[in-house]
Design a protein around this ligand. Structure first.
Ligand code: SAM
Length: 223
């Protein structure tokens, strides 16, 4: 790199690079997100995810990385699958984000460590940082089928960690990304690069011209 380009590059913030890289990655690495089937709203794409995982009456295994107060997507998935042997696991620090995300700082979404109550006996909320709770999650989901994983942790490091851990199951599964255009794009790209997984894109919701929610099937390398 020429000295002048290096000098200019060193003045641009990492956050700016990362944000700009999202759009380059979408164009070069995820071009299929342009032409994917479009869903009108979140309930529509969530329903499609349930169908893809087996259907409303099938015993599914639902995992939500970043469940917050469990009243959003978590409740929807619980209410829209009726099989008594389905399980629904939500993970969260309940102390908010571990790092800055765009304009919001670490600790955003803080619930003061209070774990929300969910009455449905099929639901389990696991409290703690993903890196500390993986063993418990693994023990609950290993060996189960019809896996549906909802990545809604917002930030790069959390999404990459979760994707890399889910790889350990060595099973294809249905995945939903809640804010694909952003840090989740980079996390998914790096995950695919590092592990050689395949992504079969299935659907999206477009916001401001870019795929925001993305539904896909992830096929880990060698599965
Ligand atoms: C956008 S909110 C989730 C919203 C929720 N899915 C809903 O439908 O309302 C993101 C959540 O991810 C959690 N989170 C992000 N990274 C995490 C990590 N590494 N460990 C635990 N929780 C994390 C935050 O605490 C926050 O509650």
């Amino acid at each position: 790199m020429k000295p002048i380009v290096k000098a200019l590059s060193s003045r641009i913030t990492v956050r700016t690079y990362e944000r700009a890289m999202t759009y380059a990655l979408l164009r070069e690495e995820f071009p299929e997100t342009q032409t994917l089937r479009e869903y009108p709203d979140k309930p529509a794409i969530w329903s499609a995810a349930i169908e893809a995982a087996g259907g409303r009456e099938a015993p599914i295994t639902y995992v939500e990385f970043g469940v917050y107060d469990a009243t959003g997507s978590f409740r929807y998935f619980l209410e829209n699958n009726t099989d008594p042997s389905s399980i629904f696991i939500g993970l969260d620090s309940f102390h908010g984000l571990p790092e800055r995300f765009g304009k919001v700082g670490a600790g955003y979404f803080d619930l003061g460590g209070v774990v929300p109550k969910v009455e449905d006996p099929r639901a389990t909320l696991i409290e703690g940082w993903f890196k500390d709770t993986w063993d418990e999650l693994y023990a609950r989901i290993a060996g189960r089928d019809r896996l549906l994983v909802h990545y809604d942790a917002d930030i790069y490091s959390s999404t990459l960690f979760a994707l890399a851990r889910m790889e350990l199951l060595r099973k294809p599964y249905i995945a939903l990304f809640d804010e694909f255009t952003g840090p989740e794009t980079l996390a998914t790209y790096n995950y695919r690069q590092a592990f050689g997984a395949k992504l079969e894109m299935m659907g999206k919701i477009t916001v401001h011209g870019y795929a925001e929610q993305v539904l896909c099937r992830i096929v880990p390398h060698g599965s």
